[in-house]
Ligand binder design. Structure first.
Ligand code: ARG
Length: 565
């Protein structure tokens, strides 16, 4: 889009640095008062005039041209009116020139971003608690890729810990392969829950579990084989969900990958005098920083989650030489990340500043939270299935003759679930409600998809308008509804960059909602298909640009847009 702020800044002759001047020019909230405004209040002292006088003086001095067609001084503000026909034309041609990739750029060329997300746990069900990390991480993956970054998606699997000793004991006592193959993680979970119940009455199980865990650590063949079996069953199940959600990873190196990669980092921390002994355990003291010590080696010699994360950060830096490494993990782990970032900082690693904990809030269903140990979890698969089924019902009611209804219901249901984790600022807790996320008239992804499909159907009715002899008459677009819509479309590329800079896909989702609402207002006020072909052709371009941006925006959020709905 034309850089109007820059054009305006060049016209304002005041004693201010160019940069500051630029930062003071803002978009007006109401198009009736112009498109950009410059407040004169700050200048009163240096210019020895009142803001009102300054604005009036500047208004008289400002030269108009083909971009800026009118200036007005209002209560100490200098308001600028841009050539709106030019603005609309400019935005629409940018959208068309981008060929479906509007908002893409190469600002990230040559830079690498690692994104640690989803990071599921072996033997544990893929429950709704993993929805946000999966949706946000995957959206950030797509957003950074669109900006030209090389992105490495990492699923840091939770595949290490004493719980696998318990799993082996439980499986050998009460499980069998056939059932586990058939029932998948549900069966593994059942065994895990049973272990905890039985352990209360049979304390010897605890010791057995510990022994099996040691055998896993030592690489014992039977222990290893069983562990791999559990891993295969879990991954087979989660990969089906990733396929449905269109989520991809470049690395599945999880906690156990670092089994043999912790000695060097630990030695490095020791050499730097950071590690102290505390009751047989090795810790890094963090009292000076208002945190409990970071426990790295237990008294029995085993390592911890934090030890593996420290090793992982160092390994990733060596392997990928990242410019940034994001951890999309719930805010419950705030302390964990603060601790490991601090330990790495104390170790003097200069790239610690590039590690970012991208925290998010909790998801719960309307009926409350969940606990894995007690076994009452809400499976993500069930949530998706239910959303897809409900989407199917709604679509059947709205459009009984729609072809490909199943496929579209899948796209709508999956989209609604993903969007529920992307619509608000990520730190907010979410209470999940099917009715809300599937409301076709609400601020939801079905609403966006539906608006996009509506644009498509208008375009389809219009036929091959681009080859029409009459070119579009842009004068018919000079009205508040079109201007508002096109300005929002024009702000999309900046929203993509902001979403990346703030690690906040909701910047895009919020803009898409605004665009869809502005489109629907435009559509109510201005008949697109009309007898005046020149006007019609101009409006069709607005419709086509809207569809393109909605589609691109949704795809950056990992959501597909059906052509028809
Ligand atoms: N598996 C962990 C969990 O489910 C998340 C791991 C996040 N990544 C990391 N590098 N610690 O809570």
């Amino acid at each position: 889009m034309i850089d109007y702020k820059k054009i305006i800044a060049a016209k304002i002759n005041v004693p201010l640095e160019q940069k500051e001047l630029l930062s003071m020019i803002t978009e007006t909230a109401d198009d009736a008062f112009g498109d950009y405004a410059f407040p004169c209040f700050k200048l009163a002292r240096t210019m020895h005039m009142s803001p009102v006088q300054i604005a009036e003086k500047l208004a008289r001095e400002t030269e108009l041209d083909e971009h800026i067609v009118k200036v007005q001084a209002v209560n100490g503000y200098l308001n600028f009116f841009v050539n709106r026909i030019e603005l609309i034309w400019d935005v629409i041609s940018d959208v068309f020139a981008a060929r479906g990739k509007y908002g893409d750029s190469d600002v990230g060329a040559g830079k690498t971003v690692c994104i640690d997300y989803s990071s599921v746990n072996i033997c544990k069900s893929f429950h709704i608690g993993h929805l946000s990390t999966t949706a946000i991480g995957s959206a950030l993956y797509k957003i950074y890729s669109a900006l030209g970054y090389k992105v490495v998606g990492i699923n840091h699997l939770g595949d290490y810990g004493t719980q696998f000793g318990k799993m082996i004991v439980a499986f050998k006592l009460w499980g069998n392969r056939e059932v586990a193959e058939r029932e998948g993680v549900t069966e593994l979970q059942r065994l895990y829950v049973k272990f905890h119940q039985e352990e209360v009455v049979h304390p010897e199980l605890t010791e057995q579990a510990r022994e099996w865990f040691v055998r896993i650590e030592k690489g014992d063949a039977e222990a290893q084989e069983l562990f791999e079996f559990f891993k295969r069953i879990t991954l087979c199940e989660v990969k089906k969900i990733y396929d449905r959600l269109n989520v991809k990873f470049d690395s599945w190196n999880g906690e156990s990958f670092f089994n043999d990669k912790m000695d060097k980092p630990l030695q490095m921390l020791r050499d730097k005098g950071l590690i102290t002994e505390s009751q047989g355990a090795q810790v890094v003291e963090l009292t000076d920083y208002g945190m409990p010590p970071c426990l790295l080696v237990k008294s029995d010699g085993s390592s911890l989650y934090a030890t593996r994360d420290i090793a992982a950060a160092i390994w990733r830096k060596q392997e990928y030489d990242f410019d940034k490494c994001l951890y999309v993990v719930a805010y419950q782990q705030n302390l964990h990340f603060k601790q490991i970032f601090k330990v790495l900082e104390l170790a003097g690693l200069p790239w610690v500043k590039d590690l970012v904990h991208v925290a998010f809030g909790m998801v719960s269903l309307e009926d409350g939270a969940m606990s894995t140990r007690k076994g009452n979890v809400v499976l993500l698969k069930d949530v998706i299935d239910k959303a897809v089924a409900k989407a199917g019902e709604i679509i059947r009611d709205k459009n009984p003759d729609l072809a490909d209804r199943e496929k579209i219901a899948e796209q709508v249901g999956v989209g609604a679930v993903l969007f529920s984790a992307l619509e608000n600022s990520r730190i907010k807790d979410i209470v999940f409600s099917y009715d809300r996320i599937l409301n076709f008239d609400g601020e939801t992804s079905p609403y966006l998809q539906y608006t996009c499909a509506r644009c498509n159907s208008i375009l389809e009715k219009a036929g091959d308008y681009k080859n029409s002899k009459e070119s579009g008459d842009y004068r018919s677009l000079d009205n508040p509804e079109t201007l508002r819509l096109v300005k929002l479309i024009g702000s999309f590329p900046q929203a993509v960059r902001d979403a990346a800079a703030k690690y906040e896909p909701s910047v895009i989702s919020a803009l898409l909602i605004d665009i869809a609402q502005a489109f629907n207002r435009f559509y109510i006020e201005h008949r697109v298909l009309s007898d005046n072909i020149a006007e019609q052709n101009a409006r069709l371009q607005v419709v086509e640009a809207t569809a393109a941006v909605l589609k691109r925006g949704l795809s950056l959020l990992g959501i597909q847009s059906p052509d028809k709905m």
